[in-house]
Design a protein around this ligand. Sequence first.
Ligand SMILES: [Ca+2]
Ligand SMILES: [Ca+2]
Ligand SMILES: [Ca+2]
Length: 842
Amino acid sequence: MKRFSVFAALLLMAACQSEAPDLKLNDLGYFERQGVNVLVFSNPFSGGFNDEKNSGIEIIHHGVRTVQGGAVRLNVTPEQWDLVPTMTSRVVDTLAQRIEVGMRFDWYDFDSRVVVEPKGKAVEISVYLDKPVPEALAGEAGFNLEFLPSQYWNKAYLVDGKPSRFPRYAVSDTKVRPNEEKVRQFKGYRTYDDRGTGEFIEPLPLSAGHEFLLAPDDPQRMVKVTSESEIRLYDGRMLAQNGWYVLRTVLPAGKTGKVVTWTVEPNAVPGWIREPNVGFSQMGYVPEQPKVAVIELDRKDKVQAKASVWKVEADGSTHEAFSGPVKVWGEYYKYNYAKFDFSALKEPGVYFLRYGDVTTGNFIIDPSVYDKITVATSDVWIPVHMNHMAVHEAYRLWHGEPFKEGYLQAPPSTDHFDLHWQGPTTDTRFKALELIPGLNVGGYFDAGDFDIETGSNISVVMNLITLWEQFRSERDETFVSEEQRYVELHRPDGTPDILQYIEHGVLNLVAQAEQIGHMAQTLSNSVLDNYHHLGDAAGITDGLHYDPRLKPYQKSADGKSSGTPDDMWAFTSRNPGLDLQAATMFAAASRVLAEKNPGLAQRALKQSIRLEEEGTKLMAADTSSRNRRRMNQGGNFSTALQLYVSTKEQKYLDQFTAAVWPALERMPNGAISAALDAVPYMDAAYKEKLRPYVEQYRDYILQLEKDNPYGVPIGLGNWAGGGQVTGFGTTVCNAHRHYPDIIGKEHIYKTPAWLFGCHPYHNYSWVAAVGAARPKQVFYGNNRADFSFIPGNMAPGLLFRQPDHFENYDDWPFLWGQNEGTIAGNTGYLIWGETFRNVEAK
Ligand SMILES: [Ca+2]
Ligand SMILES: [Ca+2]
Ligand SMILES: [Ca+2]
């Protein structure tokens, strides 16, 4: 009997294999079979800032997006800032099972079309031209498809049967070509410094042939690509660390009609079902809190009836400590979700979860689990991002002192690659490219890049002031000497770190106000070829003043200047709104720094008063509709509250109360956070009047539990929503603190669960080095070329790709929308962390 059933099962499996379904165009507009999704411009290119490793024809292969960038491109291995095609049309024909996309390069007046149709288990991709490739692009335009290096390196491939292996690191061959032959880059920028050679680098192919079989040694990654045209394989990392492996066929010159056809067959493992992703808090749980694992399941997977928690004993043995039912939550985008509640388990100890065949890593139940959630961020991430300092840690130098030559006035009418600009005038007393003295002091690197984003830096200082005034953390683990321009981690120096961090931010912002006369938009790179810098910030510029009378790369006789135009620029177009934000921050900073640095406190207060006056006048004189709208809405009530707290002046209180109620009516979920911040400073009538809005907020919180299985706001933008979740967490904590009868304590635990591992795609903690057993390993920090992290960085996290895919790569750091961290975002994490710890402990 047993024997028969095994035989029957084998027979059934064989039948399934031979009858494995073909690729079909589904309702969401992509081709699908179990284990394989082929997307055709579900995510179009955008140009410039958007990384461009997210678009075109994409393949999600056994749950991982391993292929993208399928399109007509103008480079062998396109970089960010290389031209991308604009999608001019996209026709999804469900009846004919066919997607056709029109692509256009405006600059070259070059149109093409790509048609994708299923052929059994493969797709056929054809490129059509109505007019031949323009002469300037002959030999340059090609059909490209890009493969994720971290999923293919060290794996084998066959080209027309000849075996080879994907290189772990970029070490193939290149050639150089004259700059005149270089295809134009985005807006005419140049991503490379040619060192005066007049030449650009072009990678040479690793292999060429008509049939590529990629990763025959890994059934989940195996893809066969065939064509009658020659296909070449390139390594995009030769030019840019975020490059992918590229398969490419050059479009033939002088031809029209169907000019290139590829057949692409991604292997599907028979009977493959994605392994369940058991989401839980890697940080662990305090005994009394709710403990719910969210299990993300393939829709074809059968939900297990039960799951269990196992305890690790002191002698290393393990035993089942709890078992309970698994409850189906339902479908959310691509997957099905179920929940396992083990809140009943309260005994401190080391545990792990079992669901079906899945055994998770271990976690802790103990009253102390949240004690150190902010330490990595405040002791390491923040000081590592201090600009104009050398930052040391034990034997390691994080970075030397950057930008010793200071900042030049950005020339008028400059468009900038990091979304800044300089208007038609300088708005300062400086001429274009004149040195603005005194700006190379203090401040924080924005994110994975090295500019001082003024708005972010103002928020950072405000966040740090909030931390100091609310929680008074005297933690001292960082040595900061502004005189020596030297920071050393893990060396106490007798001064609370937060005060030193506030001082460091203010030093730059006050210098901006004093030297420029108002706030700069940003202090940023002048040339794209040093904007994408990876590694030590001290090496971004040569540290020497730029002197246009010298030749590029030439140094002056006194060794103080050079002809290399690498100096950073200050973008100084005046924005009175920014001046007013700075004024608020300076007022608060002068209060906080009065004792530590009375001179700086005085300077901050002086600038606060001046900017407040000038900014208010400028705003009143601004008749633009955007500004009128802002004034009609009663200005920024959050700022009014700050000013009231600092000055206790009635006029600010009046401004606040005049603005807060209309704002709560207009955008209840947006305004509730600042309205709650005010509760400690207002009377009982205010608190009572706010009550119905808090009730409304409770309804929103409960609605989130119905919207998605995790009960937190999940962002769908191209920058994932980590900051939104910490903002939500802080608001929920404050709502519970002031209105415990409306917002129950159970809600405050949703944010840490999400941050530390209970979320889609994988179950790693979003915070670098935080989350006991398994934090994420790679982040988009300035050390991303090393596939590393800067401790305490909170990743934006879960990135949504149209139409139904969430992802967070943990073997590939280079997508900023999922793996970067910003200075404002990470100080927002600190505020959430300290607020949560405070409310949690009560
Ligand atoms: Ca930036
Ligand atoms: Ca210190
Ligand atoms: Ca320089």
